[in-house]
Structures are given as C-alpha cells and as structure tokens.
Design a protein around this ligand. Structure first.
Ligand code: UGA
Length: 461
C-alpha cells in the first residue's frame, strides 16, 4: 500500500517555488496527508519574511494562504538544506534560469542549487527524488544537474536518490490558481520507480488532473514548446493585425474570434496587441532559438516569433505618428500601463519600455507622461537604468491632462473604465491609440479620435 505521509523540499522561493510550496502544503491539509513543505532560499531575509507569513513579492492570493500554512506549521522556510534533508521524500528545484545577453541560458542558480543539494545529501540517510521544476533546456537535468549532485554527494543516481524533470506551467498573477488547477502534470523520469513515487504523490494531491510520464528530455522540451507555441499564437495574431490595419472595415479582434471558434485552434492567446513581455516568453523563445542553432538547425519559425515581437512596439509608435497631424509640434504623449501585463508590478521585457524608447527617438515628441496602478516604482528604476527621462503621473487624469495622444499599453481594469468624455475634457487633442483593444471601437470612435492595433479604417455607419 502507498504511504500517506510525505514531506517535500522546495529549493528557491521565487514565484514558482513559494506558490508551489504553499499550495502543496494547503492540498496536504485538504487531503488529510501529513505533509510539510520545507522552503529553502539562500537569502536569510527572505526566509525570515516567509516564516513571518509575509511573501517577499506580490502574487495574488499568496499572502492569505501563506499565513494559513505557516500558522498550521505545514510550511517552514530555511537557508539550510541539510537541516531537513532526512525528512523529505521529494525535492523540487525551483530556481531561476535567466537568459544572457546572447539569448543563451544562464545556469548559475541551477548549478549552485545542485551543489547545495549534493553537499547536503553526502551525509544524509534519506533517498529523495530530486525534481527539476526550473525551466531548463533538454539535456540540462541529465548533463548538468545530475553530475553536480553525484559529485558533491559522492552518491549514485537511482540507487541513492532519484532525478526527474517536472516542468511547471504557472502564469504570473495566477500562480496560486494554476497550482491548484493545473491543466496537466508532466513527469520526466529516468527510472520507473521514481516516476511512480512522484505520480503517486500527485495522484493523492491532485487526483483527476491528466498526468503524463515520459523521458526527462521530452518533459524539458514540453515546457519550451508550450511557451513557444503560445508566443507564436501572439506573434501570429500581431502579424495578421498589421495586415488588418491596411484593410478598411477589418477588425483583427473579430477575425480572431471567428478563427478561435475552431476547436482545433481556440481563441486563447490570439489577442493582438503591442507584443508579449515578461520573464518567460522572450527568454524561453530566445533560449530555444539559441539551442536550435547549436543543434545545427535553422530556427525559421522560432526566430520569426521574436522578430515580430521586437518590431511590434516600433509598429505601434509608427501607427501613432501616422495619425498625428503634420503641423502638430512639441507633442505630449501619455502612456497608460507599464507592467508587462495586468495584475503584476513586473516590468521584465515590458513592451512599455520599448515603446517609450522609440518615442524618445522622435524629435516632435517633447514630453512623455506615464502611469501604472502598481508598477510605478519598478518603472522608475527600469527607466532610470535605461537613462530615459519621463514624467511620472500619480493619477490617470494627471497623465492624460493636456496631451496630444494617449497610448493604452497594459490592459488594467481601471483604464477600461475611463469614459470617452474624460479623454475629451482633459486632453489637448483627444486621440486614443489602443494597443490592447480594451475599448469598444464604435463607442469611442463616434466621440473622439480612436485608432487601435489591428483595426482597419472604421466603417461609417
Ligand atoms: C507564461 C505562460 O503563460 C505560463 O504557462 C508559463 O508557465 C510561464 O510563462 C512561465 O514560463 O513561467 P506569464 O509570462 O506569467 O506566463 O504571462 P502570460 O499571461 O502568458 O502573458 C505573457 C505576455 O503575453 C504578456 O505580456 C501578455 O500581455 C502577452 N499576451 C498574452 C498577448 O499579447 N496576447 C495574448 O493573447 C496573451
């Protein structure tokens, strides 16, 4: 009979690691399993915050759950792997894999986590299954993580410990929900027995969720392929949207709605806009391009995903300038939305930065005013690193006051509620350029000048 108690260790308490640790602890309680999540981070300040019930970063719904599992002693954070290694059955590696300037993957955190686990394993009595949840290219678990653990522990895989690749598919801002309701669980294994242990663990906590067991390398590639395909849908929608803009009466949102009703396609991730940002799509597609080249192949399609995404902010700024009357000089442009998507203060690879950079190169643009409901502090830092000077507005009204064009860059709910008359009353030349398709084109175009990504000339009724 299978065991009903199981402890886990999470190495790395970023948004993947901490949300996973918290949700698994919570599910343990629900399923009446004796399960403790030991969350390890090398930064003591972070572990102290976690143990006090305060997440070191913002993620929707995390704080409430963290406080709950801390209070019930189902989660404990520490800087020491060795302290708990004898109590754990499964170790999840959840550290970051940022990209280098050339697009290749920086493995320093994966290497140091593997070293720390190996060192702790040296004198341990337990035989844990070590699962790599971090996004790593095919071959990394077997050829990088495993040799480091074996070297530093002096132990042998499959005899003294197990190794697996178990990628995650969490969205920032939805990580708690996605952890509780995953579409699928992917288990990449080297050894059938270890695969069964981890399958058994997930069966108990998340029974009913489709679960696939496969080779380690296939599992690693599932993650990159999923992200690249989602990014491809976005770039595809953006390429079609550029075409749509040239045909009077065509609206890319209507087109994609029609296309997406085909069950084989689905309308998800077909929203045209100013492109994708964040810590995952740009990094993962770049890493896959780099990997494909190193396999002596040409990444035709993968490269196009990036090319379209890189040029979409330029296209957006060109669309703006095409619609500004020639005789207008000393332009003031408002930018609403700076975060890479709503619900986060994350600015990594945010399209707003590219758009602002391009605006800065236009002589006629004198002032750029920016606003975001929660990413203002991050934006201040990012823009000052880029040595870009903008005016930070405390309110939406302050941002659009006296401007010649207002750009919608992130689709925050607060911006959806702005009425045409507010723009009309506050702007010097009321003109809204909707980069995220948040407004009803008929409602807006009849009241003020309205242009949008993927919208051909609006037909007069
Ligand atoms: C993405 C994936 O959706 C997750 O499944 C994956 O686990 C995660 O990367 C990761 O690898 O860790 P995330 O980057 O948090 O999640 O954000 P998304 O909601 O996927 O949005 C990414 C970007 O695409 C945003 O800038 C968003 O504005 C843009 N987007 C999304 C579009 O431009 N159009 C769309 O239709 C959808």
């Amino acid at each position: 009979m299978s065991r009903i108690d199981m402890n886990i260790m999470i190495v790395g308490t970023g948004y993947v690691g901490l949300t996973t640790g918290v949700v698994l602890a919570k599910l343990g309680k629900e399923k009446k399993i004796s399960l403790t999540s030991y969350c390890i981070d090398s930064i003591q300040e972070k572990t102290e915050m976690i143990n006090a019930g305060t997440p070191p970063f913002y993620e929707q719904g995390l704080e409430v759950l963290l406080k709950e599992v801390i209070k019930e002693k189902r989660l404990l954070a520490s800087t020491h792997i060795a302290e708990f290694i004898n109590d754990v059955d499964i170790i999840f590696i959840c550290v970051g894999t940022p990209s280098r300037d050339d697009g290749s993957m920086d493995l320093q955190f994966i290497q140091s986590a593997s070293r720390d686990i190996g060192n702790a394993l040296r004198s341990a009595k337990s035989k844990p299954v070590i699962c790599v949840k971090s996004t790593v290219l095919p071959g990394t678990t077997r050829n990088v993580v495993l040799p480091i653990i074996e070297k530093h522990s002096g132990k042998k895989v499959n005899h003294d410990f197990g190794i697996m690749a178990t990628p995650e598919f969490l969205r920032e801002g939805n990580a708690i929900h996605d952890n509780l309701h995953p579409d699928r669980i992917i288990l990449g294994e080297m050894n059938e027995r270890h695969g069964r242990i981890v399958e058994d663990f997930y069966e108990k906590l998340l029974s009913g969720v489709p679960l696939l067991r496969m080779s380690i390398e296939s599992a690693e590639l599932v993650k990159y392929t999923s992200n690249a395909l989602l990014a491809m849908k976005i770039s595809f929608a953006n390429e079609i949207s550029r075409l749509a803009e040239t045909i009077p009466g065509v609206d890319v949102t209507e087109v994609m709605k029609g296309v997406g009703l085909d069950e084989r396609i689905s309308s998800k991730f077909l929203n045209a806009g100013v492109g994708f940002g964040g810590s995952c799509f740009p990094k993962d597609v770049s890493a896959l391009v780099d990997f494909t080249k190193r396999q002596d192949l040409v990444p035709h399609l993968l490269q196009s995903i990036l090319d379209i995404n890189e040029t979409q902010p330029i296209h957006f700024v060109n669309l703006l300038m095409k619609n500004i009357p020639e005789d207008l000089e000393d332009l003031t442009i408002s930018v609403l939305g700076l975060a890479f998507k709503p619900g986060t203060s994350d600015m990594r690879h945010a399209r707003s930065l590219k758009i602002i950079e391009h605006l800065k190169q236009i002589k006629k643009v004198k002032t750029i005013k920016v606003h975001d409901p929660i990413a203002m502090e991050t934006a201040r830092e990012e823009l000052s690193n880029l040595k870009i000077d903008v005016t930070f507005s405390k309110t939406i009204e302050e941002c659009i006051q006296d401007s010649d064009a207002c750009l919608i860059v992130t689709e925050w709910d607060v911006y959806k509620k702005i009425l045409p008359k507010t723009y009309q009353e506050l702007m010097r030349n009321p003109f809204v350029l909707d980069g995220r398709r948040i407004y009803d084109k008929n409602e807006f175009s009849s009241k003020i000048k309205y242009k949008a990504i993927g919208l051909g000339e609006i037909s007069k009724k």
